[in-house]
Design a protein around this ligand. Structure first.
Ligand code: G4P
Length: 285
């Protein structure tokens, strides 16, 4: 199955982001902590070039904690500051301003050396749809009520939030396109609900998710569907979908299992974190 993304849309988005990038000194890239690879836009680095970057691993409440720590270490080994955040509860957001300060310290020093007394530095949020950009901005904006008004030199309509001393954040995020040419990436984005269900066959998607769950064997998943007696390595994923449907009493006339309903329920429960804290992608060793 191919997911279509329209090049026209992509070009327009790219131009908008390029325009906003001119206004900022750094970028905060929001990723889904459950799929840090698939929720990444592969062209972002080219767009931002050598601007400093902070990575926000959002929805960390639904990701595996050990996996998230490994991602943070991985980014650190690449010289990139990454922090885990949960924009639903606000957890981890207190680490944002210090992280921004950290990546901007060199730039601040350079400006000071040039004679600027208190240089104002700016950051913008970027990420693919549904990673939590608006949730993040709303949360951070609420904590920092004093919205900075339009001022000369700033494109009309742009609003800035003061997030720390001499640091402001653009109120509108840069929406990036996900990487759609890879089928596996498309599937993982669909698992998390980042792309709509209609794009992929629901039952097929649930079966693919079960391929992951069978190998990861999350305790919450096993307990939730009472799968203790099932050999997850031996059973086929479609058969497992039937087992799960049966356990939930999802039958259609004739005693057959309603696998479509079971698929919808499974995906729903994964997306809302009811199957446990599950990370689907780990950094390469
Ligand atoms: P976007 O601007 O990047 O498109 O994303 P947005 O903030 O709209 O967030 C997309 C969905 O993800 C929202 O759920 C939002 O509540 C949820 N979300 C954002 N951050 C987190 C997080 O850290 N943890 C969890 N568990 N969820 C998060 P929704 O179902 O679309 O809306 P609603 O549930 O808020 O009504």
């Amino acid at each position: 199955q191919n997911i279509q993304w329209f090049p026209g849309h992509m070009t327009k988005t790219k131009r908008q982001i390029q325009a906003s990038l001119k206004l900022v000194d750094a970028v905060a890239e929001i990723l889904d902590a459950r799929i840090p690879l698939s929720s990444k836009n592969p062209d972002l680095q080219k767009l931002i070039q050598n601007k400093p970057k902070v990575v926000l691993l959002n929805k960390c409440d639904m990701a595996n904690q050990t996996a998230t720590s490994r991602w943070i270490d991985y980014y650190a080994s690449q010289g990139i500051t990454a922090i885990a955040v949960d924009c639903k509860s606000g957890k981890g957001l207190n680490k944002f301003a210090p992280a921004v300060n950290n990546v901007l310290s060199e730039r601040r020093e350079r400006l000071k050396a040039k004679g600027m007394v208190n240089p104002m530095l700016r950051i913008m949020i970027v990420g693919i749809p549904n990673v939590g950009k608006s949730s993040f901005i709303n949360r951070v904006a609420k904590q920092n009520r004093a919205k900075v008004e339009d001022r000369p030199g700033v494109t009309r309509g742009n609003q800035w939030y003061s997030i720390a001393k001499n640091i402001e954040m653009l109120d509108t995020p840069g929406v990036l396109w996900p990487k759609f040419d890879d089928k596996i990436v498309g599937e993982r984005l669909a698992f998390t609900g980042a792309v709509k269900d209609q794009i992929l066959d629901t039952e097929l998607l649930a079966v693919r998710l079960l391929d992951f769950l069978r190998s990861l064997k999350p305790a919450d998943f096993i307990a939730r569907f009472k799968l203790e007696d099932i050999d997850l390595d031996a059973i086929d994923s479609y058969e497992l979908l039937n087992v799960i449907g049966k356990k939930r009493g999802m039958l259609i006339s004739g005693g057959e299992i309603n696998t479509e309903r079971a698929a919808i329920m499974l995906l729903d429960e994964f997306r809302s974190g009811k199957l446990g804290r599950i990370t689907l992608e780990m950094p390469e060793r």
